[in-house]
Design a protein around this ligand. Structure first.
Ligand SMILES: Cc1ncc(COP(=O)(O)O)c(C=O)c1O
Length: 473
């Protein structure tokens, strides 16, 4: 008999044993990376709302919001009840032959909530899969006659081969093979999109671009397009019959103060919208994309093409039932309103901290419950980072990352608060709490950040690197 670990035994493993198993069977580097922040040295007992309860009896305020997954917070009671009910009633999970009432209802509800004729949905399991499905639909819509896809220089669409080839992020630094004919425009620059369309124009004057991928609000860099720019891009895509795909995988389901970020602009419509993360209420791995009716019908709606695009776990029973409940909670509990109230406290609080620490904080950017704090990356600090970590002196990006990591580690160790950083060129400290966070939680965080920055970045950085010294990076 092979010696297998059961669930209960897994729950009894010590931190040391978990690290050993990770080193042997998952990834040594992951152990090294996660212990850097301090998080990796503790194990979680359970989690609820905005709080994570540790095995040692302490609790940690989660200001990471599960990187977009936890708009509902950890283990929302209605989400838990929906899943328990589904299990207790032994509902059908795999429905390849029978129709799923859950799938029918979720598609209907999404169409009810989205503007215009964004009506036909498909529900795979990850953001990358949603984007890949949207891209395939755009390509098929043009019958394979157009070859170019446009993506932004600053973008995040996932890490599969296709979506990864459209992702312009420091996280994605190795060149894997990807989608052919992907042309790059500058985020926030409409002229560069027009230039790309013209550069790929065919000799007969026809447009070669089948799809334009765009994040109306970029969660990784905390940038956005203006309303005028988005309307202009919409017009351009309509004129050239380019399928406009909005990726709102992170920003969806109320996170930024409207149901989806683009919906703050009246009458603005993508041809396909992709989303994921909080669609699963923090419990189910489910994503989706919704297309305008005409687009879907022309691309796929004929018998011969019915299973041209499908995935095994598409619309899986409990995941879909969970998503129905998650979306109902978003609407009934007014998640956009919650995000706007968080913005009032967090936005003004972070701005106050920036003014109080002008040498430490360069700038603050964000919307709703999605904020980034851009820490000072002046030459003095980068020089110190280089001295503390010789070998990295020529990499300012690494220096910036170290600075942000030192703040994250201090917040965790001294204040029991969890944050994260966005791994792009500027490595901002990300503050993106669940929409269940209470005003007192936000104030607690702001007080802790203020006290942390008061220590000074040079001291934080030195302490962080010294403590880390000797460990493998
Ligand atoms: C904007 C955006 N698009 C796509 C993705 C990819 O989603 P997934 O990691 O589920 O593949 C992410 C993930 O963070 C994202 O933020």
């Amino acid at each position: 008999m092979p010696r297998l670990i059961g669930i209960e035994e897994a729950e009894q493993l010590s931190t040391k044993e978990v690290h050993e198993l990770y080193r042997a069977y998952v990834s040594k580097s992951q152990v090294s990376l996660m212990t850097t922040f301090g998080f990796g040295r503790d194990l979680v007992e359970h989690a609820e709302g905005a709080w994570v309860y540790m095995r040692d009896g302490s609790r940690v305020l989660d200001m990471s919001g599960g990187v977009g997954v936890l708009n509902h917070g950890h283990n929302h009671p209605r989400i838990m009840a929906a899943r328990a009910r589904f299990a207790a009633e032994r509902r059908l999970e795999v429905h390849k032959a029978f129709f799923s009432p859950y799938l029918a209802a979720l598609s209907h509800n999404v169409a009810e909530l989205l503007p215009g004729d964004l009506r036909i949905s498909y529900f795979p399991n990850s953001g990358a899969e949603a984007n890949e499905g949207a891209i395939k639909m755009a390509y098929k819509y043009h019958g394979g006659k157009r070859h170019t896809i446009l993506r932004a220089d600053i973008s995040f669409h996932g890490k599969t081969l296709g979506a990864g080839s459209l992702t312009g992020s420091a996280e994605n630094h190795f060149r894997f093979p990807g989608l052919p004919h992907a042309a790059v425009y500058h985020y926030g620059d409409v002229a560069s999109i027009r230039e790309r369309i013209e550069a790929t124009r065919r000799p007969d004057g026809g447009c070669d671009v089948y799809a334009l991928m765009l994040e109306p609000y970029s969660a990784s860099s905390l940038r956005c397009w203006t309303a005028e720019q988005l309307y202009e891009i919409r017009r351009m895509c309509t004129d050239e019959d380019i399928v406009l795909i909005f990726d709102e995988v992170y920003t969806g389901w109320g996170k930024t103060g409207s149901l989806f970020y683009f919906m703050r602009h009246d009458g603005l419509l993508p041809d396909i919208l992709t989303y994921s993360k909080s669609l699963g209420g923090g419990k189910a791995s489910i994503s989706g994309y919704t297309a305008r009716e005409r687009l879907f019908r022309r691309a796929y709606d004929r018998l011969a093409d019915v299973i041209l695009h499908s995935t095994t776990y598409y619309g899986f029973g409990e995941e879909t039932a969970t998503a129905i409940e998650a979306v109902n909670v978003v609407v009934e509990d007014d998640f956009p309103g919650r995000a706007r109230r968080i913005e009032e406290i967090l936005g003004s609080g972070l701005e106050r901290i920036r003014k109080q620490h002008p040498d430490v904080v360069d700038r603050v950017a964000g919307v709703g419950s999605l904020y980034g704090v851009f820490l000072n990356r002046g030459p003095k600090l980068l020089d110190l980072a280089g001295k503390l970590m010789p070998g990295f002196t020529n990499d300012p990006r690494f220096g910036t990352k170290l600075i942000t990591l030192s703040v994250i580690a201090h917040l965790y160790r001294e204040h029991r608060i969890m944050t994260y950083y966005s791994p792009n060129a500027e490595n901002p400290l990300m503050v993106a709490p669940t929409l269940m966070a209470e005003p007192a939680d936000l104030e607690r965080f702001l007080t802790a950040l203020d006290a942390t920055l008061e220590v000074g970045l040079a001291r934080l950085l030195t302490a962080f690197v010294r403590e880390k010294a000797g460990a493998a990076w």
